[in-house]
Design a protein around this ligand. Structure first.
Ligand code: UGA
Length: 356
């Protein structure tokens, strides 16, 4: 049984897969559910999973932050299925509808559970729905894993470390999180989701994997997503000033999306439950990031400072020793190589070409 090296080993064998999966007539394909599969990271993960002819991929998404456009190349493909919901109810409600009141009665072998708005602007917009998504959504996916015997991977977040007092952050750090702040719906929500994963693992023998994702960027991010890399790139392309939130010395470590997807798939296929940090340890202040974007994308653009929001973590950098040792994974794409790839995608979508 997989362990995270911290005595979290389940005493129970994993539940038996559905008898259907063993039936003679049943195809040998691996059936993989991706919640949030129309989103930024989810859709890149789907692309990679679909490259393997043995995979059937089922996406559940409510399009709150994801978009059908991200999956257009797979719609109609015989190994691909998209579960979407009607338009009568507000989008987040619809998401919860399927998770809460309509259990997903499908047979799956693996579940990548990504569903949740990840941009602070979006997750703070309706915090009650955000925490419900993290708690009830994860509970229901664990219920599905229990019934089908599927292995489930949760994309948790570096936000579980809060405003960290250790640097860099390794997986043994328990975090410095405000339980009643405006970010709590997300960071505390993900912390409860991790707890649920381990409780199902210990109590029911569910095969779990937990990735703690650090800031990720790349093509298909929402243009007005509100996160720093997408903001700066869109601002530089539109000739608008880059808005560095104060103090500007706060740091983040940015991982290119293809590296992230590679890390998630290695974690799913490997033997370790995690939690495992998946992120790029290259650390930048927000002022340095702005300088890089200015130099690479638009040397004419201004950099200004603006007010920040409460509880913004002041430093963040993953210790990826565990990912290197246990998954043989480390990121390959440097920030200065990844930013131009994202610029190209944003220019295409904004319809603004580079000045000669
Ligand atoms: O990108 C991510 O992966 C993470 O994004 C957010 O976490 P955060 O690190 O706060 O992401 P941003 O909103 O991109 O902010 C990063 C830093 O940039 C600053 N910022 C943001 C936007 C902007 O226009 N200017 C600016 O300086 C913020 O103050 C903050 O210090 C989410 O909360 C995480 O769950 C998610 O994993």
């Amino acid at each position: 049984m997989a362990s995270n090296g911290n005595n979290h080993v389940s005493t129970k064998p994993p539940p038996e897969p559905s008898p259907l999966r063993k039936a003679k007539f049943f195809q040998a394909n691996m059936r993989i559910l991706v919640t949030g599969g129309a989103g930024f990271i989810g859709s890149h993960l789907v692309d990679k999973l679909m490259q393997n002819e043995k995979n059937e991929v089922i996406v559940v998404d409510n399009y709150f932050t994801g978009s059908k456009d991200n999956l257009k190349q797979w719609i109609g493909h015989p190994r691909f299925e998209l579960i979407r919901h009607g338009k009568a109810l507000p989008v987040v409600c619809l998401f919860l509808q399927i998770y809460v009141t309509e259990p997903l009665l499908i047979e799956v072998d693996q579940i990548y559970h990504l569903a949740c708005p990840a941009s602070p602007i979006f997750y703070k917009y309706n915090p009650v729905k955000t925490i419900k998504t993290n708690v009830i959504g994860t509970l229901n996916m664990l219920g599905l894993a229990k019934r089908t015997g599927a292995r489930i991977l949760l994309t948790s977040t570096s936000e579980v470390y809060g405003d960290p007092l250790v640097h860099p952050q390794d997986e043994t750090y328990w975090g410095n999180v405000n339980p009643i702040g405006v970010r709590s719906c997300y960071d505390e929500g993900k912390r409860v989701a991790e707890t649920l994963m381990f409780d199902y693992h210990r109590q029911h023998g569910i095969e779990i994997r937990i990735a703690r994702i650090f800031n990720t960027y790349g093509p298909r991010m929402n243009i007005d997503d509100g996160r720093v890399v997408s903001n700066f790139i869109a601002q530089a392309i539109r000739d608008e000033a880059l808005t560095v939130q104060l103090p500007g010395t706060q740091t983040r470590s940015f991982c290119y999306v293809s590296d992230m997807v590679d890390g998630l798939m290695r974690l799913m296929e490997g033997d370790n439950t995690g939690p495992i940090n998946i992120g790029n340890p290259g650390e930048f202040t927000m002022l340095e990031l702005a300088e890089n974007v200015k130099e690479l994308i638009n040397p004419e653009v201004k950099i200004i400072t603006v007010e920040n929001t409460p509880d913004d973590p002041q430093q963040r950098k993953p210790d990826i020793t565990k990912a290197k040792e246990l998954l043989g994974w480390e990121p390959k794409v440097k920030l200065r190589d990844g930013l131009p790839l994202m610029e190209e995608d944003f220019r295409g979508r904004l319809g603004i070409s580079r000045k000669k």
